[in-house]
Design a protein around this ligand. Structure first.
Ligand SMILES: [Zn+2]
Length: 89
């Protein structure tokens, strides 16, 4: 079984496109104690790809909370809604 890895060059492209800010909470990489990660907007466990459009720069907090979810309960309406999508929202 082969696993396709995200290259350093792709990480750099994603970070530059995001202006080195988390694409979910907009915190800045420069001021973070923890390294940011490359998030799969549609998780690989849900057949998300390694293409640039599916990759987002994310802080550890946002990446950990989002995990492999694409939907969540809106705390105001209690409806199940799509999570923020950095390319579409
Ligand atoms: Zn964040």
């Amino acid at each position: 079984m082969s696993e396709k890895f995200i290259t350093v060059a792709v990480r750099k492209i994603v970070a530059t496109r995001a202006r080195e800010c988390c694409e979910y909470c907009r915190s800045q990489l420069f001021f973070s104690c923890d390294p940011f990660v490359i998030d799969h907007i549609i998780p690989k466990s849900r057949n998300g790809s390694d293409e640039l459009d599916n990759l987002a720069l994310a802080c550890q907090g946002c990446n950990g909370i989002k995990y492999n979810k694409i939907m969540a309960e809106d705390p105001v309406t209690n409806e199940i809604v799509s999570l923020f999508h950095p390319r579409k929202d």
